[in-house]
Design a protein around this ligand. Structure first.
Ligand SMILES: Nc1ncnc2c1ncn2[C@@H]1O[C@H](COP(=O)(O)OP(=O)(O)OP(=O)(O)O)[C@@H](O)[C@H]1O
Ligand SMILES: [Mg+2]
Length: 193
């Protein structure tokens, strides 16, 4: 995995992380003993066959799920004992998600979809508008701001989802580390607080 290219602590560090899903019938070992270090500014792709655990890993890195065993340090801090509200705050402020199914909200316009996470942060409307427009410009979707997701092509929907993630990570976008999944096309963009 990632080389230690400078002396700073990794942005993301996993030690011996495992994830087991239990259902009535089977237990699935989705992740077994994963060690991973990612530094600020690194670009990392995770690839592998369907069902090998890519989305499970990204859910853990994005604080949407928790490991069954092992340690996850984000920005040098263990996330193990964070309360749901603290996890939600970190997700909202430090992590941008591009979901496999894009997860755009069908009855909101392109602008409103990108704006929504920023409203949760209590950002003033004028600043939000600037952030949303900038993020949409960066993915070449500013001209579709008033469209609804159903009025866009698959690739355009994906670009709006990228803009939504960029909006979340905007303030230090130049230093963002991005994790992307090749085959399944979901990903996480994280940045230093
Ligand atoms: N909530 C769950 N309950 C039970 N098993 C699950 C659950 N989520 C995932 N799994 C299983 O864990 C394994 C890893 O799933 P995961 O979604 O991480 O795969 P993936 O690598 O993202 O695959 P794909 O490329 O098809 O998206 C699979 O065998 C899947 O069936
Ligand atoms: Mg997947």
């Amino acid at each position: 995995m990632a080389d230690s290219t400078n002396g700073s602590a990794p942005l993301i560090r996993l030690e011996a992380v495992s994830k087991v899903f239990f259902t009535d019938e089977v237990e699935t070992h989705a992740l077994s003993g994963i060690d991973l270090e990612i530094r600020d500014g690194e670009y990392v792709a995770i690839s592998g066959p369907s069902g090998c655990g890519k989305s499970t890993l990204l859910s853990i890195l994005g604080l949407l799920d928790t490991p069954t065993e092992g340690l996850y340090r984000l920005n040098g801090e263990s996330v193990e004992n964070l309360k749901a509200k603290q996890r939600a705050r970190i997700r909202n402020r430090q992590i941008g998600f591009i979901f496999q199914a894009f997860n755009l909200i069908g009855d909101l316009t392109v602008f409103e979809n990108v704006d929504l996470p920023l409203t949760y942060r209590g950002m003033p409307a004028s600043e939000r508008k600037k952030s949303v427009e900038e993020a949409l410009e960066r993915v070449g979707m500013a001209h579709r701001m008033k469209h609804y997701p159903s009025q866009l092509s698959g690739g355009q929907q994906q670009r709006v989802a990228v803009a939504r993630a960029l909006g979340a990570a905007r303030r230090r976008a130049d230093r963002e580390s991005r994790l992307e999944e090749r085959g399944g096309r979901d990903g996480v963009a994280a940045r230093c607080a």
